[in-house]
Write a protein that binds this ligand. Structure first.
Ligand code: SD4
Length: 318
């Protein structure tokens, strides 16, 4: 038996894994498998944190981040703060295929998507409207602000800047535990070709314009057919500063076992931000794979999915 091909993705998003696997079986490329696998989660609105109808921002809108990377050519296509288009990873794929750019953002990315034939539609659903109105009317937690105070009696802002700023330790809040579950996927084909991708609707009640780690090459995911692939999930505002996916791939290039590579990446971030919420998965070109997460209260186990010729039980955990 051989360990290739392999499909590995963050969280127990089984349908996404199966879709990627089936795509390979039907003769699709590794990039096709990543696109279809992550695209399945966009259709299924996996955990409410991928695709339309989730994570409304402070103005109530759902915006999407996604990327796809070809580990043979080292090309990346990505979209960030994408509005009104559901199939974010599909648009990311068109960025690779039809442009010399790597990353398109905001409404301009939506216009590009429309030119590529994607429907322009409302990403709001009953669920996201309800989340938004609850947030406005009840808690109105300013999840992503610091060193500001409400300018009015309403605690959801507008905010004004505090002149004298105080140091705040990064703490775990509800925002980063379990409402924040990107799909990140690595596919390695029979011949060792690596592709990777991500798709997410980012953080709940984020500040409009916020872009996370998911569409950033080396942060959200990374693929290099001479070493392996990796993908990350978690608090993107923290994780994107460390390029965890790039680092995991570089460790594997040096011969580090995939599990150890993921652990080293997590502990490096943890040294600076002890309570960050996040996990990394990776696989090398022989089909060995691994994962690690930062174990914090409320997040002591991380589930991920693996499909390979050696795998009978796809859900794994660390
Ligand atoms: C983000 N990393 O936008 C994404 C969210 C996520 O598990 O991965 N949650 O920060």
């Amino acid at each position: 038996a051989t360990a290739l091909p392999v499909v590995i993705n963050t969280w127990a998003f089984r349908k996404a894994t199966e879709t990627a696997w089936r795509t390979l079986q039907l003769g699709g490329s590794e990039l096709d498998a990543v696109e279809k696998g992550c695209g399945q989660c966009e259709i299924d609105q996996c955990d409410g944190s991928v695709g339309y109808g989730g994570s409304p921002d402070e103005s109530g809108e759902t915006t999407l981040d996604a990327m796809i990377m070809d580990g043979n050519t080292m090309e990346v296509g990505a979209v960030a703060d994408l509005r009104h288009v559901k199939n974010a990873i599909g648009v990311a794929r068109k960025v690779i295929e039809h442009t010399k750019h790597t990353l398109l953002v905001g409404e301009s990315a939506s216009l590009f998507a429309v030119r590529m034939g994607f429907p322009y539609e409302d990403l709001t659903t009953q669920r996201s409207l309800l989340m938004y109105s609850r947030w406005l009317n009840q808690s109105c937690q300013p999840n992503y602000w610091k060193n500001v105070v409400p300018d009015s009696s309403k605690s959801c802002g507008p905010y004004k800047r505090l002149e004298k700023v105080s140091f705040e330790e990064e703490t775990i809040s509800q925002r980063n535990v379990h409402n924040h579950d990107t799909i990140g996927m690595v596919v390695i084909g029979k011949s060792g070709t690596v592709a990777s991708g991500t798709s997410t609707n980012g953080g709940v009640h984020k500040i409009p314009g916020r872009v996370g780690d998911s569409p950033i090459a080396g942060a959200g995911s990374y693929a290099d057919s001479t070493a392996g692939g990796a993908a990350a999930t978690g608090d993107g505002d923290t994780m994107m500063r460390f390029l965890p996916s790039y680092q995991a791939v570089e460790y594997m290039r040096m011969g580090t076992d995939p599990t150890v590579a993921c652990q080293k990446v997590i502990s490096r971030i943890q040294k600076h931000v002890p309570k960050f919420f996040g996990a990394v998965i990776c696989a090398n070109t022989t089909g060995s794979y691994g994962a690690a997460c930062n174990k914090i209260p409320g997040f002591t186990q991380f589930h991920f999915m693996v499909f390979s010729p050696l795998q009978s039980q796809p859900v794994e955990q660390v």
